[in-house]
Design a protein around this ligand. Structure first.
Ligand SMILES: [Zn+2]
Length: 384
């Protein structure tokens, strides 16, 4: 599939030119001299090739960068206007669409509630309508999109190109989303589970370029996680690998929408923390406002959420021994106390050999990590 797309989109380029574009993208810009060294080619052939790529608008010349006392060198960069990508992020609460340039810079985006599609057993036609209107408003035709990426907070079979199940929406089963969207949009469409898509964004475009063992966790209205081992995404036998939100955190807790009892997602998503505070305090104030006043109940609720996340992650650390855990989402961004308690619990509970030099960092794209994941699925189809 990928080779087919490469042929269609870049049939005018030879393998060496495609390799040069990949080097340029990976380095976020590279000098002709460094490119010649990286590819083992003479300066003269790189000069000719770069002229060709600039003439055909794949590459642009960026700023001059000086190294030591030497002459300043012009950096070659991917032309941001060469490719257009469409990203679709199907989350637990929001449905987001975005249009980006070749460097995944978002040009335009739209957000609506998943609720709008929940009534339909087959939500695909309504989603396509939304996307078509979004493109019309952007003044762009589907034919101008080079590739689209879809990230879904659910069970996804990327090889069969289907959404198998969305735990939070009972009726969405076996949705043939890729074929339907490819037929209507007329461009190649790539699908993966949100956590894995977020891991792709971090690995290819973000901070994890040289990190092979990492976990990425995003907690908003649902919990998604992506696990990368030896540079490969974990999928598992039935595509369920990395389903962190539905591991049992407290078996006495209530029934989850997935059918199990006491899932982590039932305890520590953003709305769950908000309602836990209201339940425990007996008032309707927001946990965010209460925290600002150092309210003890709000602090206790956040500490127990951080502890639950930390226990889940320390178990994950013992199983996969990551070098970095990247975290994002409104729970961590708005409630720093949850982040601190998560970190403390991991260091306390995970095996002490597993936590040597383990880093807990904010993900590269914060609340946009899911959308960047969807766009990265499209972007890597062309220039991985
Ligand atoms: Zn569950």
């Amino acid at each position: 599939m990928r080779e087919e797309i490469m042929n269609n989109i870049m049939k005018a380029l030879n393998e060496r030119e495609i390799e040069a574009l990949r080097w340029i993208r990976r380095h976020d810009g590279i000098s002709r001299k460094a490119l010649a060294e990286a590819m083992g080619l003479s300066q003269a052939s790189i000069t000719n090739m770069s002229k060709e790529l600039i003439d055909r608008q794949y590459v642009v010349e960026g700023e001059r960068v000086g190294q030591g006392m030497g002459r300043k060198e012009v950096m070659l960069q991917i032309n941001p206007n060469k490719f257009r990508y469409l990203g679709i992020d199907i989350g637990g609460y929001l449905f987001r669409i975005a249009l980006s340039d070749s460097n995944l810079t978002i040009i335009r985006e739209q957000v609506c509630l998943i609720e709008e599609f929940k009534r339909d057993k087959d939500p695909l036609p309504a989603m396509l309508d939304k996307i078509k209107r979004f493109l019309e408003d952007a003044g762009i035709s589907a034919a101008e999109i080079d590739a689209a990426g879809i990230g879904v907070s659910g069970i996804v079979d990327a090889a069969r190109r289907r959404i198998v199940n969305v735990p939070n929406i009972a009726d969405w089963e076996e949705l043939d989303i890729v074929s339907v969207f490819e037929r209507h949009l007329g461009c190649p469409v790539f699908l993966d589970e949100s956590g894995r898509a977020m891991a792709v964004a971090e690995k290819v475009f973000g901070q994890a370029k040289s990190v092979n063992d990492f976990i990425i966790v995003h907690i908003a209205y649902s919990i998604v996680a992506g696990i990368t081992i030896n540079g490969q995404l974990l999928r598992g036998f039935n595509n369920v690998g990395g389903l962190l939100g539905h591991i049992t955190a407290d078996e006495r807790a209530g029934r989850c929408l997935c059918g199990n009892y006491g899932c982590l997602e039932n305890l520590v998503t953003f709305p769950m923390i908000k309602s836990a505070y209201q339940r425990e305090s007996g008032n309707q104030e927001s946990v965010l406002d209460a925290l600002k006043k150092n309210d003890k109940t709000a602090i206790d609720v956040c500490i127990s959420a951080g502890k639950a996340i930390g226990i889940a992650l320390s178990n994950t650390v013992n199983l996969f021994n990551p070098e970095v855990i990247y975290i994002s989402g409104p729970v961590f961004e708005n409630l720093p106390i949850v982040f601190e308690e998560t970190k403390r619990t991991i260091l306390l509970r995970a095996n002490r050999y597993a936590t040597v030099n383990l880093r807990l960092l904010s993900s590269s794209y914060g609340h946009n990590q899911g959308m960047m994941g969807a766009l990265a699925l499209a972007g890597t189809s062309i220039l991985a």
